[in-house]
Design a protein. Structure first.
Ligand SMILES: [Zn+2]
Lengths: 378, 195
């Protein structure tokens, strides 16, 4: 996928900003508060239906404006045009229009414009709780597979409904049926996660050795709840049904579901130890970058579409050497990327001559300077 | 402009599904510009509808009579019951013109989050009708709640030895039955599968 234009209308401090994008690298510079991250947030909104920063949608609406509108126009790798327009307003559902549908949902959007983002918040993937790593895996898988995306929506809904039955602390006769629906989609999710992580792990190892100079042994391990060693969907489902029968009385007493893929964990290990316990700061950084490069690779393969890469404020987190290797990895895979930085000219000196690069300088939500190919002269 | 009576009408109109405040205001002003008689006819029709329309004592769909026209008809095959969520689904399937059996309207599906359990939809009435029935076609919406309700009914009726089928997945997932086009619905009924 290649984004041609990004439009921000009443988004944060942008009144109306329209960017024509370079095919390879788009550098957004400016001080803090200049509105450079808003461009990445808008791309995120058009790709996965939410900002790359964890904020409520309404936070994107410019102060004093009624609604915020974000428009991305792009070309698929096979040439077909793709466009998305998202409008958010306080207290209303966001409105999504695409080339295919005038009234689309976030669910319709996910996977159409594959996207990989790296922001300071993503530190949580290696540092945070098991739930953060599960969320990472789920987000990648949802973009990679429409079936998995649908299963996640189904799981969330069935789990809420089943918990509502359990919360009555008495079976109204429907618990068995809700449980069957729950174990059916859970089993498929578990088996898909197992296969996905088995495919992801070698790619993370490969990317890690490219990013770091170390010889550390890296692994990504799936630790499913209830079913320690998942086989096929039918067997897993049977095991989950057995767990449900075993836990029935306790679940009714506590009024909530006590097993299932919403409790799964994903561990990252380095030389056999848990990353969050034993890794150095540098190893954390290399691993995060490796995970993101592996994510690019997985999306590229499964979607047959080059994802767009968003790097938000990477200089505050990563050293020059690691950023160079990220850029190298991204450009080698032929992917378009958007980088925000306060250090305008650093990126330009990292990319090979001939790279289609554009730098846009922003101040208070306005473009104050943009030049097409400043580094080609090297 | 300030009028408590207009405000009250706008407030009430805005409680209708899909009607926002803006539309409610537009509707209120539209009504104000109509002749008194046509507004009267409008409100009379609504009052009359509310007073006369009730649920058919057999299939529970909306009707003006004790028993609805479909249930009363000699032309319909009473050994096949098509189970739907809402009266509007009956109209949708009738429009497709291919179904000769009778209906049963649940007036909802299992939805514990909204406090809807098996006693809150017309399941007891359905069970009471199954004596001479040979086939039960479950035509609920293809979402989590419709799916679970389908499975629940299949389980409940299993001991009775009735053929239980569901409409084929020709209905787009996530779409309401009510909005499926006639041809799609006809195909879905034709290609029904055992639950
Ligand atoms: Zn009737």
């Amino acid at each position: 996928m290649q984004i041609r234009t990004v439009g921000l209308y009443d988004v944060r401090n942008h009144v109306a900003t329209e960017l024509a994008c370079a095919g390879h690298v788009n550098v957004l510079t400016g001080r803090n508060g200049s509105g450079k991250t808003s461009v990445l947030e808008s791309i995120g909104m058009c790709a996965i239906g939410r900002s790359i920063v964890p904020v409520p949608d309404a936070a994107l609406v410019r102060h004093g404006a009624e609604s915020a509108t974000m428009i991305v126009t792009a070309n698929r790798d096979l040439g077909a045009p793709w466009s998305v327009k998202v409008t958010v307003r306080e207290g209303a559902r966001k409105r999504i229009e695409t080339s295919l549908a005038s009234n689309a949902t976030v669910r319709d959007l996910i996977g159409e414009l594959p996207m990989v983002a790296l922001t300071p918040d993503h530190k949580a993937i290696t540092f945070g709780a098991p739930a953060d790593r599960r969320a990472f895996v789920d987000a990648v898988m949802a973009q990679a597979s429409t079936r998995y995306r649908d299963l996640l929506y189904e799981l969330r809904r069935v789990l809420k409904q089943r918990n509502a039955v359990l919360a009555m602390q008495a079976d109204d006769g429907t618990l068995t049926t809700w449980t069957a629906a729950f174990t059916a989609c859970s089993a498929e999710i578990i088996v898909r996660r197992k296969h996905f992580i088995a495919e992801l792990a070698p790619r993370v190892r490969e990317a890690y050795s490219m990013v770091s100079d170390g010889e550390e042994a890296i692994d990504v391990c799936y630790r499913p709840d209830t079913v320690p060693d998942p086989a096929d969907v039918d067997t897993v489902r049977q095991q989950l049904d057995e767990a449900a029968a075993r836990l029935r009385a306790v679940e009714l007493r506590r009024g909530t579901t006590m097993f299932g893929p919403q409790k799964d964990e994903v561990d990252l290990t380095i030389n056999g130890g848990l990353v969050r316990e034993t890794a150095s700061q540098g190893q954390h950084k290399s691993l995060l970058v490796a995970l993101k490069l592996a994510e690019c690779d997985v999306l590229l393969r499964t979607r047959n579409e080059r994802p767009v890469v968003l790097l938000d404020d990477v200089f505050s987190e990563l050293d020059r050497r690691r950023i160079e290797r990220v850029m190298h990895g991204v450009l080698t895979m032929g992917m378009q990327c958007f980088v925000t930085t306060t250090e305008g000219d650093s990126i330009g000196s990292m990319v090979p001559p001939g790279t289609d690069i554009r730098t846009v300088t922003l101040a208070r939500g306005q473009m104050i300077d943009s030049n097409q190919q400043p580094w080609r002269t090297t | 402009m300030s009028s408590d009576t207009i405000d009250r009408v706008v407030e009430l109109l805005a409680t209708l599904p899909t009607i926002g405040r803006k539309t409610a205001r537009r509707l209120a002003f539209h009504l104000l510009r109509q002749p008194t008689e046509s507004v009267q006819a409008f409100t009379d029709a609504i009052t009359l509808m509310r007073a006369n329309v009730r649920e058919c004592s057999v299939c529970q769909t909306f009707t003006d009579r004790e028993v609805c026209a479909i249930c009363a008809s000699e032309q319909r095959d009473r050994s096949t019951i098509c189970v739907v969520e809402e009266p509007s689904d009956v109209m949708a399937i009738e429009r497709s013109g291919d179904f000769r059996g009778v209906y049963h309207v649940l007036h909802g599906v299992l939805n514990p989050l909204d406090g809807v359990g098996p006693d809150d939809i017309r399941l007891r009435e359905l069970m009471a009708r199954l004596g001479a029935v040979q086939e039960l076609i479950l035509a609920l919406n293809p979402n989590v709640e419709g799916e679970v309700t389908t499975q629940y009914i299949a389980k409940m009726t299993a001991p009775l030895g009735i053929r239980v089928t569901r409409i084929a997945r020709g209905v787009p997932v996530g779409a309401d039955l009510e909005f499926a086009d006639d041809a799609t619905l006809a195909r879905a009924l034709e290609g029904r599968v055992p639950v």
